[in-house]
Design a binder for this molecule. Sequence first.
Ligand code: NAI
Ligand code: MG
Length: 338
Amino acid sequence: MGKTITVIPGDGIGPEVTSATLEILGAAGADLDYDEQVAGLAGLEVHKNPLPETTLESIRRNGVCLKGPLTTPVGTGFRSINVAIRKEFDLYANVRPALSMIPGGRYEDVDLVLIRENTEGLYVGVEHYIGLGGDPRAAAESVMIITRFGAERIVRYAFDYARTNGRKKVTLAHKANILKYTQGLFLDVGREVAKEYEGQIEFEDRIIDATAMQLVVDPHQFDVLVMENMFGDILSDLMAGLVGGLGLAPAGNIGKDASMFEAVHGSAPDIAGQGVANPSSLALSAAMLLDHIGQAEPATRIRNAIRKTLQTPETRTRDAGGTAGTAEYTRAVLANLE
Ligand code: NAI
Ligand code: MG
């Protein structure tokens, strides 16, 4: 029996890209069993709860989850389920690879991984207005929180990731020149952790704004990058842009006891149910999941097949400049599995 994982097909195009992904996983020889659960709008329909307890229990039990996109309705009560799952399981490391997949992009052969701190920094949500002279919103203040604990575990995750995945260098990007306390602590802790990997993994630190420019000018100088929450949010999208956009980008959210792998795009209500969605992002996330649980062979097989399928415009989906539908594209990926 294979490893059981929780699968949340999600909303909108979620079910379409999920069933394509499960087909690809099966054909690639992934040794997995699926415990299918609902969340988001589907959760609301079935259990009157966008994040049902049964779904949380399943993730707790299986420790690994593959999640399709979830719709966050605008104007109704519930908060982003993605954020809620990250919080519930303390998924502190957001892993965003940027790998060239499609020819004719800005660069060939980009192969970077950004490790973003997922729980603290400026995104802790400690914010308030300050009233002045009769204006209740004369000013606003957000607090950036960096803890030694949080900084240490994310930098250690980046180094361990580099070591496990045969990578050579970790770049810590920061703004310690201006934010001497918060970013200074992040950098200091990073330097301490780096010492433990001396002789195995190279380490450098860079100022965040210069890193952004250097990523655009010459991405090949980087390997693994690690940074605080908001910087990582911004630069991970920048890096997706280097290799063809968010449509192909996978992501993993990793904690000590659980992990969740998800497509970076949303539920695409504009094309839901039309059979034209591109399943690559979720399939590549599934490949990350396989790597994470020690099934590297089917993971590599999936990545290679997707790359091969994207070489010719005929087999690409519309969003990637082709004419194929989800089923046609998936068949081409299956045919390219080696
Ligand atoms: P979106 O990513 O769903 O769509 C943006 C555009 O990209 C649309 O034109 C869509 O058709 C296209 N697109 C996205 N994924 C595609 C795919 N796999 N194949 C082909 N085309 C694709 O972003 P949008 O419209 O801002 O959000 C829609 C819903 O998704 C919202 O409720 C939002 O809250 C949610 N969302 C959920 C995310 C998640 O679960 N991780 C992430 C982003 C948004
Ligand atoms: Mg973002």
